[in-house]
Design a protein around this ligand. Structure first.
Ligand SMILES: C=C(O[C@H]1C=CC=C(C(=O)O)[C@@H]1O)C(=O)O
Length: 422
């Protein structure tokens, strides 16, 4: 197993206890997070938050998924679990963030000491201890509101706007020369504050402003992604595939007309088709049946609209293939890599000019049965002390226009930019 940093903790015998909470007394989940080692996976007020670190592993390289998955199997096999609730996300859970590329980039799984979950009218708390009995859990109360980032200034990341447009133009030339059909190119933007940024500030705002997205934070990587790479729950898998984007204007009537244009745009439909195909092809070996809608719907978000398709299936190998292994099989889909995948991934490494790190990689959580949810780490950023690095990318095809792609990438930076503001 590839294990990196000395902070890795072995797959100790964890003692885990889940008990029910009174949902009527439970505060908004994101408001429970303390400043130290918070993790989150939230949508529409439901999901999981956690804090502390009972165990964890870091992995790198082409085997990062397999290494993390093997560590999780060992950890769950040795754990002693008492679960009084029995919902997905109860008992032993880990949170993970996986690098986009085989190299460079590091990936991390963390098992918090406390996890609080909510699903409909059911709520629970799980305590996880690395030795001896897990402490009895008190009813979790909201923490003091986090401070807003102070003195934020923005600067170019690895490329400025003009340089990035030349990269897009280069990709368009290569596509029209027949080298490949689609590539997703991204850029970064750096925000610097006067003091360390408390990630709970943008998290609270993302969860409130983007309730239909999955708001996440694991190991400094945070965001609100609209794209679910895979959810596996009790034998059923789902993937929300997005590709094809149009910016919103703020005028509802005009936005509806734009949505209709998006649903008919051959450029966007072509881009979308690659993304759906890539998911269906990689689900196929794992599913006994699948449902793939014939046409996409338009997903309305506050900043942009996307063509979206929900692919669902019944898995036949849930006993041996975890949700993380399914995420590995799907990654990178054409929504973040391109088509054909290997040519697109090589082109990204050659011309994009920045390490993606965890951006566009899988981020999410998994339980001891291997069920879990893994989003694609989009509309996201990495926080490190006073510095926040934001990312956004766009699918490029033969008739893409560099200036429109730059404007689209700026629209995709809006969620995290707004969330950092006050
Ligand atoms: C790569 C990103 O978005 C992907 C997801 C949805 C729509 C996309 C598009 O239309 O280009 C991208 O493929 C990003 O947000 O950084």
């Amino acid at each position: 197993m590839t294990q990196g940093a000395p902070t890795d903790r072995p797959a100790a015998s964890l003692v885990v206890r889940t008990t029910a909470l009174d949902v009527d007394r439970l505060a908004t989940l994101v408001d429970l997070l303390p400043a130290t080692e918070p993790v989150a996976w939230l949508r529409r007020g439901e999901g999981l938050v956690g804090w502390g670190s009972a165990a964890g592993v870091r992995t790198t390289g082409a085997h990062r998924f397999a290494d993390a998955d093997a560590w999780w199997s060992e950890t769950t096999a040795r754990a002693v679990v008492r679960d009084d609730v029995g919902e997905p996300g109860c008992g032993l859970v880990c949170f993970g963030t996986l690098a986009f590329a085989d190299d460079p980039g590091d990936s991390s799984l963390v098992v918090p000491e406390v996890v609080v979950g909510r699903r409909g009218d059911t709520a629970w708390i799980t305590t996880i201890s690395g030795g001896g009995l897990a402490p009895a859990a008190d009813h979790p109360e909201p923490t003091d509101p986090p401070p807003a980032p102070v003195g934020l200034t923005y600067s170019d990341g690895h490329r400025n706007g003009d340089e990035w447009m030349s990269v897009v133009a280069d990709a368009v030339r290569r596509i029209n020369a027949g080298d490949l059909e689609k590539v997703v190119l991204a850029r970064d933007l750096v925000a610097t504050a006067d003091a360390d940024v408390d990630v709970r500030w943008p998290l609270r705002r993302l969860a409130a402003s983007y309730p239909t997205c999955w708001t996440f934070h694991v190991d400094g990587f945070f965001g609100a992604t609209p794209e679910l790479l895979v959810r596996r729950e009790r034998g059923l898998v789902t993937s929300r595939v997005l590709a094809g984007t149009i910016r919103r204007t703020g005028d509802d009537a005009r936005d509806l007309m734009l949505a209709a244009t998006l649903a008919r745009s051959s450029k966007d439909l072509e881009e979308h088709e690659y993304a759906v195909r890539s998911v269906v092809d990689r689900f196929e070996p794992h599913c006994s049946s699948m449902n793939v809608p014939e046409a996409p719907f338009v997903l309305h978000l506050p900043n942009v609209m996307h063509l979206a398709t929900d692919v669902t299936g019944v898995v036949h190998d849930a006993g041996t293939v975890s949700s993380l292994a399914l995420a590995a099989a799907l990654h990178p889909s054409a929504a973040v890599g391109g088509h054909p995948t290997s040519v697109a991934v090589d082109l990204i490494a050659e011309i994009e000019g920045m390490p993606r790190g965890r951006y566009a990689g899988p981020v999410g959580w998994m339980d001891a049965t291997g069920d879990g949810e893994w989003g694609i780490g989009l509309r996201s950023a990495v926080v490190s002390g006073p510095t926040v690095r934001l990312f956004a990318g766009c699918g490029v095809v033969g008739d893409s226009d560099p200036e429109s792609e730059l404007a689209e990438s700026s629209a995709k930076l809006v969620p995290v930019r707004d969330a950092l503001g006050s």
